[in-house]
Design a protein around this ligand. Structure first.
Ligand code: NAP
Length: 285
């Protein structure tokens, strides 16, 4: 059935013109009989975030996504925070229920759903995460929730890796190390999954990759790069040529959007349409 109700959504970020979200959500709204649901990029500079969030109430927006650089700061301007977003300390989806704004983090469920789709069981695994930024926090929390056995965070800045590991010590066995250290190389040798959360290799710097010796990984390790543009980063190409199974960031991106769409509308989106739209836009880039 086609709904005539008007509802507005958007994505708060800066810059935000490059965001793929408006295309994906609009296509899914149209396919699900919501032609009057609008989704627009909302460029918001950092000093204006509070006013922009209050503006969601004033304008009666039903919901919004949040992206770089506001995911952490926005937590302070909401009325309620869901438990995943609280632990991670970052929000990527806001729902407006009659003027009460609640923040969620759908990167966690998107990440875990992408592992499930790839038939990877995180329970009891040894995981190695590259990078210690925002996406690493969400992924770390997902792995802790699934009771991974041991998680190593390797980063160029060991202080940041250690700080992130310390934040999650109440939830699991986590350590943060310098990714050029011997200790890190040892952890690679017992890994079940390696996850790149750094932007190294992302378009347009497609010849970059994290400085990791993939030969140290045991046979069969899943090499997961959450970058989705390009579809095959240099890290994934190298891993594939060495015979490792690989996974890119497209499924996580789609599956976090699936959860945000469910929060926005109470319905599951047409994932085929969302995936096709994303594929078309990425092919143009
Ligand atoms: P972020 O918070 O800025 O964190 C980036 C991390 O990478 C930091 O630890 C940073 O280290 C490290 N890093 C950056 N440049 C580096 C370099 N040249 N050499 C070594 N380390 C470097 O970013 P984020 O939000 O976590 O996003 C990271 C990546 O994940 C992006 O490519 C983003 O597109 C992707 N992502 C994908 C999805 C998905 O759904 N597929 C979701 C979220 C993010 P320092 O702290 O030392 O700078």
């Amino acid at each position: 059935m086609v709904s005539s109700e008007i509802k507005n959504f958007g994505i708060l970020g800066y810059p935000v013109g490059h965001s793929l979200s408006p295309h994906m959500y609009r296509a899914a709204f149209d396919a699900s009989g919501f032609p009057n649901y609008n989704y627009i990029p909302l460029p918001v500079q950092s000093g204006k975030l509070f006013m922009a969030v209050e503006g969601l109430k004033g304008l009666g927006f039903r919901g919004a996504n949040v992206t770089i650089p506001h995911k952490t700061m926005v937590v302070h301007f909401l009325d309620a925070i869901d438990s995943d977003a609280m632990v991670i300390g970052a929000v990527n989806t806001i729902i407006n229920d009659g003027g009460i704004l609640t923040g969620y983090n759908t990167d966690v469920s998107g990440f875990l759903a992408s592992l499930a789709e790839a038939n990877f069981l995180p329970e009891g695994c040894n995981a190695v995460i590259l990078g210690a930024g925002g996406a690493a926090r969400a992924i770390l929390w997902g792995l802790c929730k699934k009771r991974a056995e041991f998680i190593t965070i390797g980063a160029r800045n060991p202080q940041k890796a250690q700080k992130l590991a310390n934040d999650f010590l109440p939830y699991g066995q986590v350590e943060g190390v310098d990714w050029s250290s011997d200790e890190f190389k040892e952890m690679l040798q017992t890994a079940d999954i390696l996850i790149n959360t750094t932007p190294l290799g992302m378009f347009p710097e497609v010849d970059d990759m994290p400085p990791i010796d993939l030969n140290l990984l045991p046979e069969g390790v899943l090499v997961y790069d959450i970058i989705y543009n390009p579809a095959e980063t240099k890290l994934l190409k190298t891993a594939r040529e060495l015979g490792y199974p690989t996974l890119n960031g497209v499924s996580m991106l789609l599956l976090q959007a699936k959860e945000a769409y469910r929060l926005f509308t109470g319905q599951i989106p047409n994932m085929g349409i969302m995936a096709r739209t994303l594929e078309e836009i990425l092919a143009e880039k």
